[in-house]
Design a protein. Sequence first.
Length: 270
Amino acid sequence: MPELPEVETTVAGLRPVLEGQRLTLVEPRRADLRWPIPVDLRQRMTGAIVTALGRRAKYGLVTTDRGDVMIFHLGMSGRWRIDPEVIEKHDHLLLETASGHRLVLNDPRRFGSLDILRSDDLDSYKPFVLMGPEPLGDDFTGAYLKAMTKGRKAPIKQLMLDQRIVAGLGNIYVCEALHMAGISPRLRGEVISKPRYDRLVAAIKQVLRAAIAAGGSSLRDFVQPDGELGYFAKDWRVYGREGQACECGALVRRRVDSGRSTFYCSRCQK
């Protein structure tokens, strides 16, 4: 599933061709993805000018001069394509701009979503109401994590995937950050010290920024809007490297927790 860096990369790729542009055509090509597509999305977006593109957690935001924001989620296989030569079977939303660009949201597995609401209502949007801070923001600190995990007996990896604690983190980047910080994914949240949480926060920010700079990680279906692959996968420290040597010389291990693979080094991570 595309995680925060992939969504950030997608938004950055859309910005040059969408921001400041009038939408001359907005055509949902089916009634639903994972959830029904709002029936008024076409009418509210057609003719509008895109004033900004942004991201909240793993959701992309397209804001217009009408005070609306279209929210998209890429699900497991979603991606945007810019100026495709042909419209494909799984291109489920078609946009055209006054400058002549065509953009399509492609989602073969249809686990993504599309929604539209008033910009003023964004904070009360149901998926966002209980969401924690952005991991790249100033509010995400070691002190914050220490306070949020007080008395929590759950493993730290599970806690870092909880969107109520921090928004947008996923399996790949939590595995990578825990390794960089030298923290075992099985360690209970309540026993981790404030200095170790400071290191974990720094590692999360470093890993995410590096992944964004590299265009994300290409797993299965994810590519950037211009068709380029994300290249951060070549820099993975532990993710997907079971049985290979860690930088310390020990072998990377894998375990399965709640259906997710966890990659780690038992020598580096305590």
